[in-house]
Design a protein around this ligand. Structure first.
Ligand SMILES: Nc1ncnc2c1ncn2[C@@H]1O[C@H](COP(=O)(O)OP(=O)(O)OP(=O)(O)O)[C@@H](O)[C@H]1O
Ligand code: SF4
Ligand SMILES: [Mg+2]
Length: 349
C-alpha cells in the first residue's frame, strides 16, 4: 500500500520528520442498561496533531488522565484510533500511515517503533533472565541466536551501563534504575527509529531520574533516535525535549520549542505547570500558581474551554466557546481565547 492509496487527501509530509500525527482521536463509548445503549463517549484523545523530526524529542506533558498513554499507544498501534492519521517514515517501507497498515506491513514496521514503560518492576517478566528479556526480540525476529545472541545482549547491556556478566540474573536482583536500563536495552535491541518513552523516570528516585535521562540523551545521540517523551511534570522533559506539547483533557493546549515554552508560555495551564515545577535555584522560581479543582472528566467535560473552571483568567467567552489551537507566533501554537492579551509568567529554561 502506498501512502497515496492510504490517504488521498493528505497534505504533503516534510521529509525532515519521522513521525507526523494528524487529528488523532480515540473515543470510548459509555454504555448503559442491558441493551448496552451508547449514552456518551470518553474522548480520551480528541484531535491531537504534532510532528517529530528525525533524531529529535517531543515532550508530551499533562496531568493524570489527559490522554498521554492513549496517544502513545495509538501511535504504536496497540489499538486502533477512532479517527486520524499517524504517518511514520519507516527505514524500509518509506512513509506509511500506521492505523491503515495491513498485518503484514505492521509486522515489518513494529521493530522500528519501540516503547519504554513507566513501571520498571511490572514491565519485566520476573521469570526471565536478562539474556532472555533483552534477547527475546532478537530471537523472535530471527535476528540472532546462540552465541551471536549472547554477544549482542552483552553489547546492549554495556550500552546501557550494565555489566554483561549480569546476563544470567533475574530482574529481582536489580534496583529500579537498573531495571529501567534493562527495559531500555530491550527496547533498543532491534535498532528502532522511534522510541516512545511513557513516563520512564516517574517511578524512580530523583537522583536516579537524572542518570536515566542522561543515558537516554546519550543513546539518542549515538543512534540518532527519535523520542516521544511522556511525563506529567515539565521539569522532567525540559532538558531532553527539543519541543514540548502540553495536553489537557484529550486536546493540546500549547505546543512550542522548549525554550520558548518555558520563557514565554502562552497558555494559562502551561503557566501553572511551570510555576509548580521544582527549580534548584529558588530565586528562579516564579510565584506558585495553585490549580484549584480537579482535572475535567473526559466523559463529561465542561462547556467552552475545558480549562475554564480552573483558569484564573477566564471570561464569559471561555465558558461558551471552545478555543482552537492556532499558531500565534512562528512555531508556537496555543489554544486560548486570551493568548494575545495575557502576560504570563515563564521561567528561564
Ligand atoms: N479502555 C478505556 N475505556 C474507557 N476509558 C478509558 C480507557 N482507557 C483510558 N480511558 C480514559 O481515557 C483517559 C486518558 O487516559 P490515559 O491513560 O491516556 O491518560 P494519561 O495521560 O496517560 O494518564 P496517567 O498520567 O495517569 O498515565 C482517562 O480518562 C482514562 O480513564
Ligand atoms: S480560553 Fe479562557 S479559560 Fe481557557 S485558558 Fe484561555 S483564558 Fe483560560
Ligand atoms: Mg499514562
Amino acid at each position: 500500500m502506498t501512502l497515496a492509496e492510504a490517504s488521498p487527501a493528505t497534505p504533503p509530509l516534510d521529509d525532515a520528520d519521522l513521525l507526523v500525527v494528524r487529528d488523532l482521536r480515540k473515543y470510548y463509548p459509555i454504555t448503559r442498561g442491558l441493551m448496552r445503549r451508547v449514552v456518551g463517549h470518553v474522548k480520551a484523545v480528541d484531535g491531537v496533531s504534532f510532528s517529530i523530526p528525525a533524531g529529535k524529542t517531543l515532550g508530551l506533558v499533562g496531568e493524570s488522565g489527559c490522554g498521554k498513554t492513549t496517544t502513545s499507544r495509538l501511535i504504536l498501534r496497540a489499538f486502533d484510533p477512532t479517527a486520524g492519521d499517524v504517518f511514520f517514515k519507516d527505514k524500509a517501507l518509506g512513509w506509511v500511515n500506521v492505523p491503515r497498515l495491513d498485518d503484514a506491513r505492521l509486522r515489518q514496521l513494529r521493530p522500528n517503533m519501540q516503547m519504554i514503560f513507566q513501571d520498571p518492576y511490572g514491565s519485566l517478566n520476573p521469570r526471565m533472565s536478562l539474556l532472555e528479556i533483552v534477547g527475546e526480540p532478537l530471537l523472535v525476529n530471527g535476528v540472532a541466536s546462540g552465541p551471536k545472541l549472547r554477544d549482542r545482549v552483552a553489547e546492549l547491556l554495556r550500552l546501557v551501563g550494565l555489566r554483561p556478566e549480569y546476563m544470567t540474573r533475574y530482574p529481582h536482583a536489580f534496583s529500579g534504575g537498573q531495571r529501567q536500563r534493562i527495559g531500555i536495552a530491550r527496547a533498543l535491541a532491534l535498532q528502532p527509529q522511534l522510541v516512545v518513552c511513557d513516563e520512564p523516570v516517574s517511578a524512580l528516585d530523583v537522583s536516579i531520574q537524572a542518570q536515566t535521562l542522561n543515558l537516554l540523551a546519550d543513546l539518542q545521540e549515538k543512534f540518532q533516535l527519535t523520542y516521544l517523551f511522556v511525563a506529567h511534570d515539565l521539569s522532567v522533559v525540559e532538558h531532553i525535549s527539543d519541543r514540548v506539547a502540553v495536553m489537557y483533557v484529550g486536546k493540546l493546549a500549547e505546543v512550542a520549542d522548549t525554550e520558548d515554552l518555558f520563557l514565554t508560555p502562552l497558555h494559562p495551564y502551561t503557566e501553572a505547570l511551570l510555576s509548580a515545577a521544582p527549580k534548584p535555584n529558588p530565586r528562579l522560581r516564579s510565584q506558585r500558581i495553585v490549580l484549584s479543582g480537579e482535572v475535567a472528566d473526559p466523559a463529561n467535560p465542561p462547556t467552552g474551554c475545558y480549562f475554564h473552571p480552573r483558569c484564573r483568567y477566564a471570561v464569559d467567552r471561555c465558558r461558551i466557546e471552545a478555543p482552537a489551537l492556532r499558531e500565534l507566533r512562528p512555531r508556537h501554537l496555543v489554544s486560548c481565547h486570551r493568548a494575545e492579551d495575557l502576560q504570563l509568567q515563564g521561567v528561564p529554561a
